[in-house]
Design a protein. Structure first.
Length: 155
């Protein structure tokens, strides 16, 4: 189990290699990488171009919540390892925001745990996202009903 909240980008291949290094009981690794999109859904059917996103969080509280979510995945599935990396600060369109990875002896557990973690991060992780447009305007990303519904299926 590993949780990192950082401003710096991450190297996907290096992180996955480190997560599974030396553990030959791992038969499957499932991962998800979230990226900053260049278009925002305004919720009213409208869309707006996005040039950057600023992610804010409360240090200490954020890491504790991510660790709690990760511990829940560990309790539900037979995982050999898991990894959550979530970035904060100003990110440009196309940059990596989040990495979730789960390793297990079998693919079903790895895939389900990875899906669980990303669903729960969307609704439970204490991050605030400000999408910025080319003209300098910005809008805070609101919670979406679809994200809440995705989380509910795991309750």
């Amino acid at each position: 189990m590993s949780v990192k909240v950082q401003a710096d980008d991450f190297d996907l291949a290096a992180e996955l290699a480190a997560m599974r290094a030396g553990n030959h009981n791992i038969g499957a690794v499932a991962s998800f990488v979230g990226l900053v999109r260049d278009m925002a859904d305004l919720g009213d059917g409208g869309r707006d171009q996005v040039t950057a996103m600023t992610l804010e969080h409360y240090p200490g509280m954020t890491e504790k919540m991510l660790a709690r979510i990760d511990a829940e995945a560990q309790a539900r599935w037979p995982l050999e390892a898991s990894l959550i990396i979530h970035r904060h600060g100003r990110l440009q369109a196309g940059e990596q925001i989040v990495l979730v990875a789960c390793a297990s002896p079998h693919r079903t557990a790895a895939l389900e745990a990875c899906h669980f973690l990303i669903d729960w991060l969307k609704t439970e992780a204490p991050f605030w996202k400000l999408e910025q447009t080319p003209d300098g305007d910005g809008h805070w990303v609101a919670a979406r009903d679809s994200d809440t519904a995705a989380t509910e299926k795991w309750r």
